[in-house]
Design a protein around this ligand. Structure first.
Ligand SMILES: [Mg+2]
Length: 249
């Protein structure tokens, strides 16, 4: 008997409009540009050279942390990167509210592109009618509120018992601890893991959950990212439409 389902966010419940790696990266460029425009408007960054220095440092840190997180599964929240750039620039008195605002702006271009699959809402609604079945969302993302706000904007928050992100927890999937944390937050014990499904579209979801002792369900994504990690498991349960999960549980 299935007692819980943990869903991944990107390409499992939501898709990215006209996805391509270029478009994805371009959104981060636009996001950073918008964020520095706010700082220009506030008079925090005055000269063009200062603005350029700020952007260069941000991109350097982001690339470094991205590489590091591939190896360690450590999450470096976007707000932390902004904070470190301000420190590097010797700009003081930047409060948490402004850091969070800049982070939201930085992710705003991306946030506009994420939309739920056609059958996401109806599937979650059906699942939520099943007595004693708990639903959680578990996303690798460097800004918790971007994910939570997206789920809320599309009126899906009501279906989840909890929303957990790597930004909140500090580690990224496939780190086993983020799965253990999610299971615990759902109110389950170690012995309940065999009755919980992790549904996701990539290595991080499937291998992390498998190692944590959860059941796994692969949502087969149509778009393939370059350098994607193969899942070294045979006979995995797969679905092509999110609604197919209703036939499995
Ligand atoms: Mg995904």
């Amino acid at each position: 008997m299935i007692r819980g389902i943990i869903f991944d966010f990107g390409f499992t419940l939501f898709y990215f409009n006209d996805v391509s790696l270029e478009k994805y990266l371009n959104c981060y460029k636009i996001g950073l540009k918008k964020a520095v425009e706010v700082l220009n408007g506030m008079g925090i960054l005055k000269q063009t050279s200062e603005t350029q220095k700020f952007m260069n440092k941000f991109n350097t840190l982001r690339t470094r942390y991205f590489r590091d997180s591939m190896k360690t599964n450590e999450e470096y929240p976007t707000s932390l990167i902004f904070k470190q750039v301000f420190e590097y620039m010797n700009i003081e008195e930047i409060d948490e509210i402004l850091l969070d605002e800049l982070t939201t702006i930085y992710h705003s271009c991306e946030a506009e592109e994420w939309v739920p699959f056609q059958k996401t809402a109806t599937t979650l609604k059906e699942l939520s009618k099943i007595p004693d079945l708990k639903l959680a969302l578990l996303s690798n993302h460097p800004h918790h509120d971007t994910i939570k706000n997206l789920v809320q904007k599309h009126k899906l928050l009501q279906y989840f018992d909890m929303v957990i992100t790597s930004a909140l927890f500090g580690k990224r999937k496939p780190h086993i601890e983020i799965f253990n944390y999610t299971v615990e937050k759902m109110g389950f014990k170690e012995q309940d893991k065999k009755n919980i499904i992790m549904c996701g579209d990539e290595y991080a979801d499937i291998m992390g959950a498998h190692r944590a002792g959860l059941q796994i369900l692969l949502f087969e994504r149509k778009y393939k990212f370059p350098y994607e990690k193969e899942i070294p498991l045979q006979n995995i349960n797969k679905i092509q439409e999110i609604s197919e999960i209703l036939n499995i549980i």
